[in-house]
Design a protein around this ligand. Structure first.
Ligand SMILES: [Zn+2]
Length: 454
């Protein structure tokens, strides 16, 4: 089915072209669905712009009104203090807008007119517009937009793939049948190989715990653990690779490896490590795609990023196409340009630091649009929905709540979108908050996936 969007003259065509490209690549839009702009021959004609009063054009299927903000030509990067998520109903579904005024829940389409600017809402979520133009006082010291200020979190919508719901509603409302689909993907960031690589680190871990005497684990537990590891009666708590990476081959799997970095947030191993060799062999044999884990400062430093990529490629003797920023350190306006420039095809960074959910409203991969250069990049985002540390952070390590959230998200999305987990080898340490529960969740996830395929 061909759908032509007839845009008013004031519509920002480059941005609209991005949305058209996005829709045409969405997994719900099968091969027979094709959106175009301003084509006279099509099966469905949508008007996109200011609503036409008393329009009597029989070939026009419906109008999508413009909000005259992000997809209008003028002043398109102006931030709004107040944005509302208004609810619209379509059959059994509820979808949510991003609008500058508050409205009561209503039907999404009435008298051949949609209730809000669907294209702009998609654009807002996917480009991470609110992060690109966040006020300084809403950012933390690393430059992240504080998660409590994220639109989807403020409106309690971050757990559901609102962008995929919107695409589904649009397609169904013009008579296209949807086939739900969704894959589960495993990924790991390799930040550190050992907890106790040497005596110095052992003492540091010990002092860190000793400095916080009110918190579990107690000093004596750390000491006991250290001595057991040193006497080789216990494996190092971060050395979980044997079982972590021996997952069944029907998963899509990624391991992100660091190849540099001098800040206090990294530097726990290097490419000359024998253990790393072992890990890479295990991962390779288990069907993992190996990617780069760029260092903290590489997010705006092309030299660093490029050197790290080349070092890892030399080490692996393979081309690297996938990448996830260490600490999720990412500048929406800058980092994607750098990644594209050094030849990365897929970034995997977009997910929350401290929450479980969909930071850009979807679990599916999508192309990046850069707001600074106003163009679609040769770079795709493969977002993640659940990071181990975020789950612990959100629940403060409360065991029942951790299981509940995982269940809640998996049940809610069903097979409606992709779901990517991010587990660190270091998170299962029994002395870490939530460590033993994460182990159960990981095992359960592997078993469930295996069962659902059998
Ligand atoms: Zn990392």
């Amino acid at each position: 089915m061909r759908i032509s969007i007839h845009a008013d003259p004031n519509i920002h065509i480059t941005r609209l072209e991005y949305i058209v490209l996005y829709l045409n690549h969405h997994p719900y839009a099968q091969n027979n669905v094709s959106f175009t702009i301003n084509q006279q021959t099509a099966d469905v004609h949508l008007h996109y712009g200011n609503p036409i009063v008393n329009a009597e054009n029989p070939s026009l299927h419906a109008t999508i009104p413009t909000q005259n903000w992000l997809l209008a030509e003028s002043d398109t990067n102006q931030s709004f203090w107040a944005l509302y998520a208004n609810q619209y109903d379509f059959e059994e579904m509820q979808v949510y807008s991003v609008e500058t005024s508050k409205k009561r829940p209503q039907s999404i389409i009435e008298n051949n007119k949609y209730g809000f600017d669907l294209f702009e809402t998609l654009f807002f979520h996917l480009t991470r517009f609110e992060e690109a133009y966040a006020q300084k006082d809403q950012q933390d010291r690393h430059g992240y937009l504080l998660e409590d200020h994220h639109f989807l979190i403020r409106h309690g919508l971050h757990r559901s793939p609102v962008v995929d719901h919107l695409v589904e509603t649009l397609l169904r409302s013009i008579g296209i049948n949807i086939h739900h689909c969704g894959q589960r993907t495993l990924s790991h960031d390799l930040d550190a190989i050992w907890k106790y690589p040497n005596l110095l680190k052992g003492i540091k871990a010990f002092l860190k715990t000793a400095a916080a005497p009110t918190r579990d684990p107690t000093v004596s537990k750390v000491l006991q653990q250290y001595l057991k590891v040193k006497n080789k009666t216990l494996p190092d708590p971060y050395d979980t690779f044997d079982w972590l990476l021996s997952t069944p081959n029907h998963f899509d799997k990624y391991l992100f490896i660091m190849a540099g970095g001098q800040t206090k947030y990294e530097g726990h191993y290097n490419l000359t490590s024998n253990k790393l060799n072992e890990i890479v062999k295990t991962a390779d044999g288990s069907g993992y795609t190996l990617g780069l884990h760029p260092s903290y400062a590489a997010y705006t430093d092309i030299e660093k990023l490029s050197t790290e990529k080349k070092e890892l490629e030399k080490y692996l003797n393979a081309e690297i196409r996938d990448s996830r920023q260490h600490w999720l350190h990412f500048d929406v306006l800058e980092t994607p340009l750098l990644l594209e420039h050094v030849g990365i095809s897929f970034d995997h960074t977009i997910g929350y630091q401290n929450k479980v959910g969909f930071r850009s409203g979807t679990g599916f991969s999508y192309p990046w649009y850069n707001l600074k250069e106003e163009r679609t990049l040769n770079l795709w985002e493969k977002p993640f929905a659940l990071m181990d540390t975020a789950l612990v952070s959100e629940t403060k390590g409360h065991a029942d709540r951790m299981h509940e959230i995982v269940r809640e998200v998996i049940d809610t999305i069903g097979k409606k979108t992709d779901f990517t987990f991010n587990f660190h080898n270091s998170s299962f340490d029994p002395l870490r908050l939530g460590g033993p529960e994460l182990l159960k969740i990981y095992e359960q996830f592997i078993k469930e996936k295996t069962r659902s395929l059998s």
